[in-house]
Every structure is written in structure tokens, then in C-alpha cells.
Unconditional design. Sequence first.
Length: 136
Amino acid sequence: MSISETAPVSAGALWTGRALSGVIVLFMIFDGVIKLPPLDIVTQTMVPLGWPADANVARMLGVIGLISTALYALPRTSVLGAILLTAYMGGAIATNVRVDNPLFSHTLFGVYLGLILWGGLYLRDPRVRALIPFSR
């Protein structure tokens, strides 16, 4: 099935996809921006997760998250951004598993974000719908 053969999505579904993607973009912008300045609260909360209390490490994670988010927000590169954000969230999941954080509130939070991220992209991008055709 080619992209041109993909069934058109309703306006409601398109706007739902945009809203879901917007939630992810806003959350990830917040997540990335708070890691850029050397905030003590950010570096100190990294320590129990096994990360060093180093502003440069936090800044690097913030930049990676922001670049991935920018790629996700731009229609031409949204699939690449979704893949990069999925990898970023996978690292967060692995970190939470390693320190034995609670499953549903901490560890699976990245899974929840990933479902919203890909759901939003699925509803707003015909390329993704062509790649993952759910049949009725």
C-alpha cells in the first residue's frame, strides 16, 4: 500500500494527533530546557538514578532531547524525531529499571510518552499510517 492509497484521516483525528504531538513537544521542551542551566535541583535528582551530579551531563541530555523534539515537531523529519525520542525514552526506562523505581509511576512513564508520541504521529502523518496499517 502506497502513501497515496492510505485512507484519509478525519479532521477530528488529525487534530487529535496534533494535540497529542503538541503535548509531547511541550513536555519535552520543558524537560530539555530545565537541563540547560546548571540547576542544582536537576543535577541532584540525577544522583539517585546513577547519573553524576554534573551540569554538563544534564546539559548534554537536555540538548539531545531538544534536538530530537525539534525533529519530531517538523513534519519532514517527524519520523526520525519519533525514533530518536523513543530511544531517549528507552534510556529513561532502562535507568528506572536499573534503580528499581516503581513500575507504573516511574518505569513505564517513558512507555506512556512513547504511546502518546507514536499515536499522535500516526494520526497526523500518512507515511506512518501506510507503514503501520491497522485494518478495520
